[in-house]
Design a protein around this ligand. Structure first.
Ligand SMILES: [Zn+2]
Length: 351
């Protein structure tokens, strides 16, 4: 679950306005204020351009990468069929909320796919408004020859308050778990023990991203907050070159939002990577400040990007709904995001 940092918008119903609608309205409001609205579904504009960053952001449109010289390396490609199959299998576990039985099954499923990799646990007990929960971030580290770390986060828990609603989170929780499993396949590559040619890449399946009751600063992103504190203390944060969050990236109708509470240069780099694959029409038509696993790291000065599609079905109707099912997703969307972020990693390696 994510919410914008401000929710000062007019609602059609003061009493029962769902959170997703607030987000959607805020996004629309952002367009109106910025006067740079792109063609969102159901809204047309004669001069559609990518959403411009808000006034405090320096670049008016997604800018070309700062990376020097043309990049002639072949574009990376994930195995999108395999990634989609992971999404299907993860979703088939059913609700996977913190503390639940299916959550434990999914932990084992993730670990089974990381055999032979350098895997670590970041496990602790979260004291929440709904009681104590075991929380377990799962890390897979792929060492590189360059000094520095690129971190990719994706949460695997589903929404606790929706545990009895039939919510299975194909996109919300499923797609992020799956794309990281596929990244692991891509990163482990050649011979065992051989370092990748570039920065170290750490994949983190975060736990407790979702609120257990209502989203607040203290009831959300439990795993990411714990990791950010830990990495601040042990000095890891200083080594992170970029941190990217994958969330809800499987929607067949893919619109990745420009999550404005990220590092503008990194958001632009992702856009440039998308352009290289011819995928740019799926990026940044919408923009807004999003609360997600990146926030604890943003607060500590880490360059972050939240890669998320919060336009899931008309008016975001499938978000946190029992209709968030596998039939709404497509392998192509996983491929678009998967290839783009692998290319972003490649471009980061060149810097
Ligand atoms: Zn999510």
């Amino acid at each position: 679950m994510k919410r914008p940092t401000t929710t000062k918008v007019c609602f059609p119903s003061a009493t029962l306005c769902p959170l997703w609608l607030k987000i959607f309205l805020l996004l629309l409001l952002t367009f109106a204020l910025a006067s740079t609205i792109a063609c969102a579904k159901g809204i047309s504009s004669a001069d559609a351009t990518p959403a411009a960053p808000k006034s405090e952001s320096p670049a008016p449109t997604p800018a070309p990468s700062e990376a020097a010289g043309p990049d002639t390396a072949p574009l990376p490609h994930i195995d999108s069929k395999r990634a989609f199959q992971y999404t299907r299998e993860v979703t088939a576990f059913g609700p996977r909320y913190m503390g639940g039985e299916n959550h434990k099954k999914l932990e084992r499923y993730i670990l089974d796919h990381l055999k032979g990799d350098q895997v670590e646990d970041d496990a602790f007990t979260a004291d929440t408004v709904e009681g104590k929960f075991p929380v377990r971030n799962i890390l897979a580290k792929f060492p590189g020859t360059k000094d520095g770390i690129i971190v990719i986060l994706g949460h695997y828990d589903t929404v606790y308050p929706l545990r009895d609603s039939g919510f299975v989170g194909a996109n919300e929780g499923g797609s992020s778990t799956a794309i990281l499993l596929e990244y692991a396949n891509q990163l482990r590559g050649g011979e065992a023990g051989k370092k990748r040619d570039g920065y170290s890449v750490w994949l983190v399946w975060t736990d407790g991203e979702e609120a257990v009751r209502h989203w607040t600063d203290t009831d959300s992103v439990y795993g990411a907050r714990h990791l950010a504190e830990k990495w601040e203390k042990d000095g890891t944060l200083k080594k992170i070159k970029a941190l990217m969050v994958m969330d809800m990236i499987g929607d067949a109708d893919l619109d990745i939002i420009r999550a404005t509470n990220g590092a503008p240069w990194l958001l632009d780099l992702i856009y440039t990577a998308a352009e290289r694959g011819g995928y740019q029409s799926h990026f940044y038509a919408l923009q807004g400040s999003i609360e997600d696993d990146h926030v604890p790291f943003v607060k500590r000065g880490v360059p972050c990007a939240d890669v998320i599609d919060l336009d899931y079905g008309y008016n975001n109707v499938f978000w946190h709904s029992p209709q968030d099912t596998i039939d709404k997703l497509s392998p192509k969307s996983l491929e678009i995001v998967g290839d783009t972020i692998l290319e972003t990693i490649h471009m980061l390696d060149q810097r």
